[in-house]
Design a protein around this ligand. Structure first.
Ligand code: GMT
Length: 376
């Protein structure tokens, strides 16, 4: 099948999922064309059946805001026409499904009919899409997609609650390539460079937006380090970093907290981590938690959004109410202070990640594509 994928090429989870999906589809014999404004961060190889088409938005001084959707829909028309693409898979309702719909309509004028699958990832629904300004555009884009998927049941329920949706929403959870991590030998898993022999390593990875509550990460760690000798690795960049750094100063724990910035080597950091913290306000899924679990790192998270579908309370880690720093810290201590408990949680976290193996999930997308093609 010839598939065009539209996504955000950044470090965010939706871009990662879209890229990993495209790569997996190409390995399964499909021809995949990524259409976006920059080469996606995890798209390291371009081959005969993986192409990247850059969307250029010319700077024109008259426009206060450069019209990305216009440039994207025109690019889609050209790519679909030139490479005889059979199916369009867009990640995010706005602006991608919105632009995809325009491309579909332009192509229809030429007698080309192309089915569009839209995957909802969360931010488009729970944060951006629910803003009254965007609501009509999100509703329209979802209702005019040929097929719609969401990455968790919780996100499906939120979408149906917030918007007037006429389309069926199929839940296809995010995934991870378990075998990749079983086979990989992290020769440079240099734990000793990061912490002392008796210190535990706690990690947080995100884009440091408000929704991630990284001040809670610091507060939880501050409580934990009073009981268990530990270090905190803060991986990522974003608007809340300064506030978190100030909190670290306030608690006087600068020597125990490392801000590592954005990293392409998350695997190398997770391989020596003992615990992962994700106390977000909400997560449609929490791919970062799954990435930790596949490295056998237990997760302490909030219990909001799709997190309870990924992190299983008492099995792969613990979940508590948003903002309940005290309970999160207590749970973290209970796992870290006893090595036999830690080992049990590590094993269980790895096993839970197996439920989301790429080989179970990618065929669900392929089945949906088949359905979409039959209808088209
Ligand atoms: O919140 C992020 O870190 C980025 C955001 C995105 O749009 O890329 O992530 C969303 O999609 C991910 C992949 O499906 C999910 O794992 C994240 O939970 C979701 N973020 C939120 O719902 C806040």
């Amino acid at each position: 099948m010839k598939i065009a994928i539209v996504c955000y090429p950044t470090f965010g989870g939706s871009g990662v999922v879209a890229t990993e999906l495209g790569l997996a589809l190409s390995r399964r014999g499909h021809e995949v064309h990524f259409v976006t404004y920059k080469q996606p961060v995890r798209l390291e190889t371009i081959s005969s059946n993986i192409c990247f088409h850059e969307v250029n938005v010319p700077e024109y001084p008259l426009f206060h805001y450069q019209p990305y959707e216009l440039a994207l829909s025109s690019k889609l028309v050209n790519v679909i026409r030139k490479y005889e693409i059979e199916l369009l898979h867009v990640h995010y309702a706005i602006p991608h499904a919105y632009a995809g719909y325009m491309a579909k309509k332009m192509l229809e004028e030429e007698g080309i009919h192309i089915p569009m699958v839209t995957t909802l990832h969360g931010t488009d629904i729970t944060l951006v899409g629910n803003h009254p300004f965007y609501k009509p555009a999100v509703t329209f884009s979802i209702n005019n997609s040929d097929h719609v998927t969401s990455v968790s049941t919780s996100l499906k329920e939120d979408t149906l609650k917030f918007f007037d949706i006429k389309k069926e929403i199929n839940v296809i959870p995010n995934f991870i390539d378990v075998s990749k991590f079983q086979q990989k030998k992290f020769t440079d898993c240099q734990r000793e460079m990061m912490a002392g022999r008796d210190e535990k390593i706690i990690t947080h990875v995100s884009n440091f937006r408000k929704v991630k509550r990284i001040d809670d990460v610091v507060k939880i760690f501050n409580e934990v380090q009073k009981k268990v000798s530990a270090r905190l690795m803060m991986v990522g960049e974003g608007p809340e970093r300064k506030t978190a750094e100030e909190l670290v100063q306030k608690f006087g724990i600068q020597d125990k907290v490392l801000f590592l910035g954005e990293s392409n080597e998350i695997d190398k950091i997770l391989c020596f981590s003992d615990l992962f913290l994700l106390p977000s306000e909400t997560e449609s899924f929490g791919l970062a938690a799954l990435e930790a679990m596949v490295h056998s790192v237990p997760v302490i998270s909030s219990n909001s959004g799709g997190l309870p579908e990924v992190n299983i309370h008492g099995v792969s880690g613990y979940l508590h109410d948003v903002g309940d720093v005290e309970s999160m810290a207590q749970s973290a201590i209970s796992i870290l202070e006893d090595n036999s408990v830690l080992d049990k949680f590590k094993r269980q976290a790895g096993e839970t990640a197996g439920n989301f193996d790429i080989n179970k999930i990618v065929p669900m997308y392929e089945a949906l594509y088949d359905k979409a093609l039959v209808k088209a």
